[in-house]
Design a protein around this ligand. Structure first.
Ligand SMILES: NC(=O)c1ccc[n+]([C@@H]2O[C@H](COP(=O)([O-])OP(=O)(O)OC[C@H]3O[C@@H](n4cnc5c(N)ncnc54)[C@H](O)[C@@H]3O)[C@@H](O)[C@H]2O)c1
Ligand SMILES: [Zn+2]
Length: 378
């Protein structure tokens, strides 16, 4: 196995539920540490006294967590400054990227400085891309604060900004030196954002791990209540599943594609309705149902399993009906433009049983239309 998991059971006094996942890349390793109250403890950041750090965060997260992190680092002899950018996907731009670079330059940061991304996937993506470019690359630490960022965007080393002509079109593969996941951060996350993160969690069960899907069926309420033990297990398991896919894809060119279950349909919803109306996880929820129906229409997936998926998504607070203002025909132009489409043919990731998917090429458009219509309108 390409990843090693160790549980730190030597911490009962603080009960921080520590789990460390060592992501073993061909050229180096880095740890993803999961636990409670980690923002107040230096040891998982792989930093030491005398170093300089710039924290990049946004206007929503700064009042919640910036002080705690800054104080902890300063108390350990680390010189800290910060840059606070506006909140929102619409700010995942070259302008924000440039703001971070300007702060690095204006404060005379050297190539030994470390950039910390404190926030959700937007901050992680834009700050990671800034770290990859500043003086041709400085060390970078991810402190993801949304469930989606903790289980998805902080794993895999993809960083990006949006361009007016396309989302995530400018970026780099750039791995962090550490990922620090503090479960306490989820306490302030709006419930809708928590559910959106659970869509990606459920996705991992459907594509890779039926036992994990079973576990989710019995623990979804614990996750919604932020039960620390359940959440810590869930996040480390998802990070491990994604890390294994990402590492394996170094040789198997196509494996990463399975992470896109439901995403081709979901992107159609996000693009047609305009970003922000439906959260990414909400669109993926409905998209995964559509993919399940497409698989059923191709005699690859049972109605019983569709019901299991539908129930779990619904219990997670996710939509299981499609947007009423969007007829089935409106999906196709977006789906044909999707960057995962090869030469005009529809290529989709479809489940064949819970825990298994196939990438299927050349899918008939009528099957796709039928699969969309199989999901009721709101
Ligand atoms: N790099 C990758 O592999 C990858 C994978 C998936 C998604 N992404 C990217 O991630 C982004 C979506 O990430 P996201 O869902 O985390 O969105 P986000 O970063 O916009 O965060 C969602 C909202 O929650 C707020 N927030 C974050 N943490 C909070 C907390 N602890 N308490 C209260 N509010 C908090 C944010 O300020 C924001 O308003 C997209 O830009 C997407 O392209 C990247
Ligand atoms: Zn996604």
């Amino acid at each position: 196995m390409s990843t090693i998991i160790s549980e730190d059971i030597a911490n009962p006094p603080t009960n921080r539920l520590l789990k460390v996942l060592d992501v073993a890349l061909p050229d180096r390793n880095y740890p993803i540490t999961i636990g409670t109250n980690l923002l107040s403890h230096l040891e998982h950041f792989k930093l030491h006294a005398g170093q300089r750090v710039l924290i990049a965060t946004n206007t929503t997260i700064a009042p919640l967590y910036l002080q705690t992190l800054t104080n902890m680092l300063a108390a350990n002899g680390i010189e800290v400054d910060s840059v606070i950018v506006p909140d929102g996907e619409q700010y995942k731009t070259m302008a924000t990227w440039n703001t971070i670079l300007t702060q690095l330059l204006a404060n005379n940061h050297t190539r030994r400085s470390i950039l910390i991304a404190l926030g959700g996937g937007v901050i992680g993506d834009v700050a990671g891309f800034a770290a990859s470019a500043y003086q041709r690359g400085i060390p970078f630490i991810q402190v993801p604060t949304t469930l989606l960022a903790q289980v998805d965007s902080s794993v895999g080393g993809k960083t990006a900004i949006n361009h007016p002509l396309g989302k995530n079109m400018i970026g780099a593969f750039y791995q962090p030196q550490a990922v620090v996941i503090d479960l306490n951060c989820l306490k302030t996350l709006p419930p809708r954002q928590l559910s959106a993160g659970l869509a990606e969690v459920i996705k991992y069960g459907i594509i890779l791990d039926s036992t994990f899907f079973d576990w989710l069926e019995s623990h979804i309420d614990d996750l919604l209540h932020l039960d620390p033990a359940a959440m810590s297990y869930c996040i480390y398991h998802c990070c491990k599943l994604k890390a294994d896919v990402v590492i394996a894809d170094e040789t198997e060119q196509n494996l990463r594609a399975i992470l896109n279950l439901g995403h081709t349909y979901g992107h159609a919803i996000e693009t047609e309705l305009g970003y922000g109306k439906w959260l990414h996880g909400e669109a993926v929820s409905v998209g995964m149902l559509m993919a399940a129906y497409a698989a059923n229409l191709l005699d690859k997936f049972s109605l019983t399993d569709i019901d299991r998926i539908k129930n779990l998504l619904s219990r997670a607070g996710l939509p299981i009906t499609r947007p009423s203002q969007m007829p089935a025909e409106a999906y196709l132009p977006h789906m044909l433009r999707d960057k995962k489409v090869l030469s005009g043919q529809l290529r989709l990731v479809l489940p064949t049983q819970i825990g298994k998917v196939e990438v299927i090429d050349g899918i008939d458009k009528n099957i796709v239309l039928e699969s969309i219509k199989s999901v009721e309108m709101k």
